[in-house]
Write a protein that binds this ligand. Structure first.
Ligand SMILES: [Fe+2]
Length: 273
């Protein structure tokens, strides 16, 4: 029977992840891979597929906020990897990352103005029509003060009403907003259509190293607290939680600790909905 909840890790194209997998593979339901890291080495996708778990693709190629529309060649590139990975879905970001083919160098957040909605709506509808699997869009770091005719939550609400895209909720990206345009975790969560959140992204660091730096440790604990808060929300029933193991600390979390948190997430969400 197909699983309705997949907990796993973001699997970077790096030998240490191939070492790690042998210790956690039995406990993982799915691996997420970042398309950019496999774009030039697509054969590695086959190697990860051989681990026997479903794959989820993550990318920043699609740029749904570009006013000049969606690049057909980027869509084709994503689709070729979707087919190769037999991906459950593709995650990109509610942002723009290029205009007329010129890369911005970052995931630039929406201005949260009315005029933008039609650009995003049109592009997302093109993407969802062409893509060979479902599309999810993730909240990005708010690098600047938006012009704000609406909240970020309202922006997500309107676009998920007008398109078939789902949402990836990134707790780390909310936390990173504090350095630019602060976004409160709970306020943002309350403003989102939680039933449209399909996937959770959360960092998972080496807890012993995090304890040496209070801000890192507090942030990790905050993320756990937010996950528990979400688990209690009746309307929140995600299909996946992906732990992102690359954090500010030098080492990855230990395999035992990752396995413990995989089971913890499964207990919280696997039987919801
Ligand atoms: Fe992301």
């Amino acid at each position: 029977m197909e699983k309705d909840f997949h907990v796993g890790i973001l699997f970077h194209n790096n030998p240490k992840y191939f070492e790690l997998h042998s210790q956690i593979n039995d406990h993982v339901d799915a691996y997420e891979i970042v398309l950019g890291q496999y774009a030039t080495e697509p054969d590695v996708i086959d190697e990860i597929k051989e681990l026997g778990k479903p794959l989820i693709l993550h990318t920043n190629l699609l740029s749904p906020g570009s006013y000049n529309g969606v690049s057909r060649s980027d869509l084709q590139k994503v689709n070729s990897r979707v087919d190769r990975a037999n991906a459950l879905w593709v995650g990109d970001h509610m942002c723009y990352s290029k205009i007329k083919g010129i890369e911005s160098g970052g995931l630039l957040s929406p201005f949260l103005i009315e005029e933008e909605l039609s650009i995003y709506e049109k592009n997302i509808n093109v993407i969802t029509k062409e893509l060979n699997c479902p599309l999810l869009l993730e909240n990005v770091i708010m690098f600047y003060n938006p012009l704000s005719e609406m909240s970020l939550g309202e922006f997500f609400t309107k676009l998920t009403e007008r398109t078939s895209a789902g949402i990836i909720l990134s707790l780390e990206n909310i936390s990173q907003c504090q350095f630019y345009h602060n976004l409160d975790h709970y306020e943002f969560i309350e403003s989102l259509p939680l039933e449209k959140v399909v996937q959770l992204h959360c960092t998972l660091g080496n807890i012993e190293e995090q304890k040496q730096i209070p801000s890192f440790y507090e942030k990790q604990l905050k993320h756990f607290e937010v996950i528990k808060y979400l688990a209690e929300k009746k309307e929140f029933s995600p299909k996946s939680l992906i732990w992102e193991l690359e954090t500010e600390t030098p080492s990855l979390a230990s395999p035992d600790y990752i396995v413990e948190k995989i089971h913890w997430a499964r207990e919280l969400f696997a039987n919801k909905g």
